[in-house]
Write a protein that binds this ligand. Structure first.
Ligand SMILES: Nc1ncnc2c1ncn2[C@@H]1O[C@H](COP(=O)(O)OP(=O)(O)OP(=O)(O)O)[C@@H](O)[C@H]1O
Ligand SMILES: [Mg+2]
Length: 211
């Protein structure tokens, strides 16, 4: 059995990750693949319980280091129970946020030491890094407007304009590191963004994407 592929969607608030992750999962299923569409923080029962602790409540509820450890506790459970078994049976895993969100939110924008995050990531994720990471880029004001119009969990949205500018820059910095990362212009209509996602997928995984 060939191992499946692991694709993650990353970027700031309201950039369209969840919308496009769903669309990609639908398109891959239409090609006849088994797809596991999942999200972080969360994705397994234990990790969803941790999600409640990190996405709700006062914006300063956790220090960046405490928040990093909660995110990786959730990620360890999600990997063990959902992601690794899916990849092992040949399914494609499409995940809405993953380690780059911790690197950006808690690390580069939040102040947790990047070396700490990399050490924990190496221990928790190890070789099971994403094959492709799509990093959604949009002016933070636009993303926050979209997210506010949608409503829902708003702990990170409440962190202020300066934090969200740092966050957008952090994701651009991460995109520049390569290792399977592609910066996606998240402006324009959903169909336009979906076409950019499709092009990135065909470029990164040409055989599997059938290009
Ligand atoms: N290209 C687009 N143009 C305009 N609105 C969009 C676009 N894509 C998504 N939206 C809308 O913007 C809102 C946020 O989109 P979505 O939930 O997909 O973003 P997200 O990146 O997952 O946000 P979050 O970081 O809060 O999870 C939703 O109401 C969605 O319908
Ligand atoms: Mg979302």
């Amino acid at each position: 059995m060939t191992r499946g592929r692991f694709i993650t969607f990353e970027g700031g608030e309201g950039t369209g990750k969840s919308t496009q992750a769903r669309r990609l999962a639908d398109a891959l299923r239409a090609d006849g693949r088994e797809v596991v569409l999942t999200r972080e923080p969360g994705g397994s029962p234990g990790a969803e319980a941790v999600r409640d602790l990190v996405v709700n409540g006062d914006k300063d509820r956790w220090s960046p280091v405490a928040e990093t450890l909660l995110m990786y506790a959730a990620r360890a459970d999600h990997l063990d129970r959902i992601i690794r078994p899916a990849l092992a049976r040949g399914a494609w895993v499409v995940c809405d946020r993953f380690s780059d969100s911790t690197r950006a939110y808690q690390g580069l924008a939040g102040g947790a030491a990047p070396e700490l995050i990399e050490a924990i990531d190496a221990a928790v994720v190890g070789p099971d890094r994403p094959d492709l990471t799509l990093i959604f880029d949009l002016p933070p004001e636009t993303g926050l407007e979209r997210a506010a119009a949608r409503g829902g969990e708003a702990r990170f949205e409440a962190k202020g304009a300066d934090y969200h500018r740092k966050l957008a820059n952090a994701f651009r910095t991460l995109a520049g590191r390569g290792e399977g990362r592609v910066l996606i212009d998240a402006s324009g209509a959903p169909d336009e963004v979906a076409a950019r996602v499709d092009a990135a997928l065909r470029q990164a995984l040409p055989l599997e994407a059938g290009a």
